[in-house]
Design a protein around this ligand. Structure first.
Ligand code: FAD
Length: 351
């Protein structure tokens, strides 16, 4: 066995000889997802994000493989554009297939009449996490399943993580914790920039910042993509003449940010201490993250009165995208502002 669902260390393998199998585990049975022979490589988007493995990887025919850890693989992606394109494209497509087939480590038991079920479905879908859904009213075997996990039908929605942990009507944060979304993020490490909000503005700041060598941490309460992520089709975004769904734009931007080494923490930015250097961003779990600069990209949910262009009244603290008074409510302007803010961040860091 090379790794199991839930394992935090997920190396990347290129098969030289022999064969590897990717397998999904559920209720004591295995479903074969893919086999990789000589010349093929393993991995999907979790290989970039550092989140725990969703599936099992095992040797089906002994042989030889080249193994890279996540840092080595990330360095490869950043230095070899041709290989980077092949790998990132394959990782995205593999994840899209897993999501479409519901082949993951999570089962949601719910009802179409329950708002909690809809919320959890949206959370998993918008975070691109594959799950299978069992409906209380429609699935004939649902009672047997609930009994085996000691759950009453009145307790739905229920999330079963990796066939072991049962969460009854969990919050989004509880699901994120159970799936290990934050497991590999060091919440004490000093960052060059902490970006609060992972809508188009925040993701643009993350992509530009990380690609320009900054250590970037993005905070997000819900899912990458922000309002744009919920748009069924964005028709007016530069470079996409046939339009693009908000979800696809969000997934691509998020993967791009991770490729350059930006990290995402699923947490709410609660408080900003900017009366000292470094700034401190306090999140709702109580962690206080030191940050040399801060970009606020929290969208329409939180507005500052009379913000001063991209930098707020507090030096080193920026507001980009819909969070700004007078913002124009366009993906393109949010992306532009996120990237512009990073050029100012460079100046702040030189002060
Ligand atoms: C349904 C819909 C369709 C749209 N269609 C188009 C379109 O076709 N073309 C177009 O140009 N524009 C469109 N827009 C507008 C566009 O989506 C927004 O202008 C753009 O998303 C703004 O980006 P933003 O990053 O500033 O904010 P948002 O997209 O609002 O993102 C802010 C993010 O910050 C997070 N957040 C908030 N507070 C905190 C906190 N305290 N800590 C951590 N995270 C936090 C939120 O969860 C959110 O993910 C559409 C909007 C909607 C709702």
């Amino acid at each position: 066995m090379l790794y199991e669902p839930g394992d935090a260390v997920v190396p990347f393998f290129v098969v030289v000889a022999g064969e590897l199998e990717v397998v999904r585990l559920w209720a004591g049975t295995e479903t074969l997802i893919a086999t990789y022979g000589p010349g093929k490589f393993t991995g999907e988007v979790n290989s970039l994000s550092g989140r725990p493995a969703i599936l099992r990887l095992r040797v089906s025919q002994p042989g030889e493989a080249i193994e890279l850890d996540r840092q080595q693989m990330q360095a490869l992606l950043q230095t070899d554009a041709e290989l980077g394109e092949i790998l990132v494209r394959a990782f995205i497509l593999r994840r899209v297939e897993l999501v479409a087939a519901g082949m993951g480590d999570v089962v949601l038991v719910g009802s179409t009449h329950s708002t909690g079920t809809l919320r959890i479905k949206e959370f998993l879908m918008r975070n691109g996490h594959p799950y299978s859904y069992i409906d209380l009213e429609r699935d004939p075997d649902v009672q047997k399943l609930l009994e085996s996990f000691h759950v009453a039908s009145g307790e739905i929605p229920v999330v079963i993580c990796r066939g072991q942990l049962v969460l009854r009507n969990p919050t989004n944060q509880e699901i994120a914790d159970c799936l290990g979304f934050n497991q590999t993020v060091d919440q004490t490490q000093m960052r060059d920039v902490v970006v609060v909000g992972a809508g188009p503005a925040g993701l643009a700041a993350a992509v530009y910042g990380a690609s320009e060598g900054l250590d970037v941490l993005v905070l997000e309460t819900n899912a990458p993509g922000g309002q744009a992520g919920s748009s069924s089709r964005i028709e007016n975004y530069l470079g996409f003449p046939t339009g693009i769904t908000g979800q696809e734009l969000a997934d691509r931007a998020f993967t791009q940010a991770e490729k350059f080494g930006a990290q995402l923490l699923m947490a709410k930015g609660k408080r900003l201490w900017c009366d000292r250097k470094p700034n401190i961003v306090e999140v709702d779990n109580g962690a206080r993250i030191p940050a040399r600069a801060v970009v606020i990209a929290t969208g329409a949910a939180y507005r500052r009165p009379q913000p001063f262009l991209l930098e707020t009244g507090v030096p080193g603290v920026f507001a980009v995208g819909d969070v700004r008074g007078g913002s124009v409510k366009r993906v393109a302007s949010a992306v532009g502002e996120g990237s512009i803010a990073i050029s100012f961040v460079h100046q702040v860091l030189q002060e």
